[in-house]
Write a protein that binds this ligand. Structure first.
Ligand SMILES: Cc1ncc(C[n+]2csc(CCOP(=O)(O)OP(=O)(O)O)c2C)c(N)n1
Length: 660
């Protein structure tokens, strides 16, 4: 091993961070400079990784929760020898197309485990990673799955509410291989942390069931000793590392001025002099680079040993492990769902879609019992997403495949991202649709990162009835549809539910919201072709007699309304068709000819959905009729609410007749 003073190795990170931010004229030098010692200790002595194989399954995960300090991570990737992260990329920090965007993006840069930037998300996501590790280890054994999840979190991460949900879960589940290094520098953008916060983080974490201690985060020996203690703990660990933001900058260190802007030429020069590093931009001494590269390849032996152990597994188990990590579904899934649909055609099911979803889940969980990982934010009996066979997961039952997330919708959604990114599981999490508001930041990140998670969102409209307007979503469908790469599926009956589950589970490059009812719905479908009709977002459910004068478009529970209206219109001699639209955005995204064929030529277009109109104009035009919600709902039985808000077949008929 090349012997290089570790402070010189840390200074290499500082120098690169200062130079990159200076060149970009934007970015955050303070965190990388302050946390460089923590990162150096972690990456040279503890983190199990091989820079040449950033996706090796049994690597330790490192999550830079404070994503604004991205230059810390980029410097580490470059120094340790990640093949993609060249010095040129560091020089292109924050520029279009570079591998060094403002905040780390896992879908863009290899070696980045998860996208961070929105504070609190990284630490919450890491809980899902550590959870997945524990579950997968219980299933495949410690010889195959045995790694830590390390997090570097900032004041901002710990102030965000989601961090409380996350640490409570991690403590409760005793995720002892989760180690959070807290960059405890007491500075945020507005100034000293003390202007807005006086929480004792060590006590806070301890009360959530963590091991927690405070150390000098600029003392490499102290950092190493603390990480070694944390590795032995039976609890997750917080190491509060007291650091100085912008360490080394003579005037700006320890102040908010070091947080988020270039140091400026004079301060940069003075900082380099003070730290004893070359004034030449982006230059790192050869011996320091060499020492870092050796650190980057430290894990190569461990990886080879893992390869050998993996090769000893039977071929079936190996194939299963690899399939699971690829997020590929077992062949048995399609067969099982096909049989389920056939059974439904023979014995139609009149039920709430949350109940027909439960029936589909029984079939799915039987086909993929170890990877189908459901959970609910304390609404298990209402969301109906627990398979009968699924045991509850707990610290003592890591093979359990149902997670009681508690009343922590945001923490649940963030953990699901971590579970998916870790690999090995198809997570779905449930609550009421209205409470996607509480999970939205993590759902948005899921869409950005392209995690194939599934949200089971029940009680999807005024149809939930008596709980009233606080619980009745009206704007949520539109809001979720507005998120790029989010897929919203609102099935109308038991067959569509099965089809939508199939689409959701096979979607591994983005999240899916399954939107389900509390109230009963009839089974409208009489066929279940292999080519999943829901896959185009919409399809003609009821054809018109002759040339259609009216097209009725509806999703979920309102397809029943459309079908009833179609009959009444037909009786009046108005030829009408019904298009079921389980996914408006998927339909709108179809190639023009297919989209046009589904939308059809009928001059009168009416959309029906118990929600606000936003989005539907793209389908029916601004002059189309919309039967739906224009306000919040109210507390009453569902049937009365549909009448009160005018979402009825009669209202549809009246609207159509006005136009004929
Ligand atoms: C959810 C969220 N809110 C606000 C921001 C904007 N922001 C970026 S860093 C930061 C706080 C900086 O303080 P700290 O977390 O202590 O980081 P440090 O100053 O130590 O770099 C804020 C408010 C953000 N990135 N995410």
């Amino acid at each position: 091993m090349t012997q290089v003073d570790h402070s010189r190795m840390a200074n290499a990170i500082r120098g690169l961070a200062m130079d990159a931010v200076e060149k970009a004229k934007s970015g955050h030098p303070g965190l990388p400079m302050g946390a460089a010692d923590i990162a150096t200790v972690l990456f040279t002595q503890f983190l199990k990784y091989d820079a040449l194989a950033p996706a090796w399954p049994d690597r330790d995960r490192f999550v830079l929760s404070a994503g604004h300090g991205s230059m810390l991570l980029y410097a580490l990737l470059y120094l340790t020898g990640n093949p993609d992260m060249t010095l040129e990329q560091i020089k292109q920090f924050r520029q279009l197309g570079s591998l060094t965007p403002g905040h780390p993006e896992n879908f863009h840069t290899s070696g980045v485990e998860t996208t961070t930037g929105p504070l609190g998300q990284g630490i919450a996501t890491s809980v899902g990673m550590a959870l997945a590790e524990k579950m997968l280890a219980a299933e495949f054994g410690k010889k195959i799955v045995d790694h830590h999840t390390y997090v570097l979190a900032s004041d901002g991460d710990l102030m965000e509410g989601v961090s409380q949900e996350a640490i409570a879960m991690a403590g409760h589940w005793k995720l002892n291989k989760l180690i959070v290094l807290y960059d405890d520098n007491g500075i945020t953008i507005d100034g000293p942390l003390s202007i807005a916060d006086s929480v004792d983080q060590v006590k806070r974490f301890k009360s959530a069931g963590w091991a927690a201690e405070l150390i000098d985060g600029q003392d490499q020996a102290a950092i190493a000793a603390a990480i070694a203690r944390a590795q032995k703990s039976s609890k997750p660990s917080l190491i509060a590392c007291r650091t100085t933001i912008g360490f080394g900058a003579p005037h700006k260190a320890g102040t908010a001025k070091a947080h988020g802007e270039a140091l400026g030429a004079d301060e940069l020069k003075a900082a380099k002099d003070k730290l004893g590093i070359s004034q030449e931009a982006f230059s790192v001494p050869d011996d320091v680079v060499k020492a870092w590269r050796e650190a980057g390849h430290r894990g190569a032996a461990a990886r080879k040993e893992w390869d050998a152990r993996f090769a000893e597994l039977g071929p079936r188990k190996r194939a299963e492990f690899e399939r699971r990590l690829r997020h590929e579904r077992p062949v048995s899934l399609a067969k099982a769902l096909k049989a389920h649909k056939k059974a439904l055609l023979e014995t139609p099911m009149t039920a709430a879609t949350r109940k027909s979803s439960e029936a589909a889940i029984e079939v799915i969980a039987a086909a993929m019992p170890f990877e189908f990982l459901a959970g609910s934010a304390d609404l298990t009996g209402s969301n109906n997403n627990k398979a009968k066979s699924a045991e509850a997961f707990s610290a003592k039952t890591p093979k359990g495949r149902f997670i009681h997330y508690g009343i922590r919708e945001h923490g649940m959604a963030a953990a699901m991202n971590g579970i998916f990114l870790h690999g090995g599981f198809a997570p779905n999490g449930a609550t009421f649709l209205v409470f996607t508001d509480y999970a939205r930041p993590a759902m948005r990140l899921a869409a950005l990162m392209g995690t194939g998670v599934v949200y089971v969102m029940t009680h999807d409209s005024i149809g939930l009835g008596e709980d009233g307007p606080t619980h009745q979503p009206v704007e949520h469908l539109a809001a979720l549809r507005a998120i790029p790469n989010m897929r919203v599926l609102r099935p109308c009956d038991a067959i569509e539910v099965a089809e939508c589950w199939e689409l959701a589970l096979n979607r591994i490059d983005g999240p899916t919201v399954l939107v389900l009812t509390r109230q009963n719905l009839p089974q409208l479908r009489t066929t279940a072709p292999d080519a999943n009709p829901c896959s185009h977002g919409g399809y003609e459910l009821v054809a018109a007699q002759g040339e259609a004068k009216v097209s009725l478009f509806a999703s979920g529970s309102e397809v029943e309304v459309a079908v009833a209206a179609q009959k009444q219109l037909a009786e009046r001699g108005i030829s009408t068709r019904v298009v079921s639209v389980p996914s408006l955005e998927l339909l709108l995204a179809q190639p023009a000819d297919r989209r046009q064929a589904i939308i059809g030529q009928a001059p009168i277009k009416i959309a029906i959905e118990a929600a606000v109109r936003w989005g539907w104009d793209a389908l029916i035009g601004t002059d189309g009729d919309f039967i739906g919600m224009h306000s919040f709902g109210a507390s009453a039985p569902a049937k009365e609410l549909y009448k009160k808000f005018g979402i009825t077949a009669e209202a549809v008929v009246t609207a159509a007749m006005k136009r004929v």
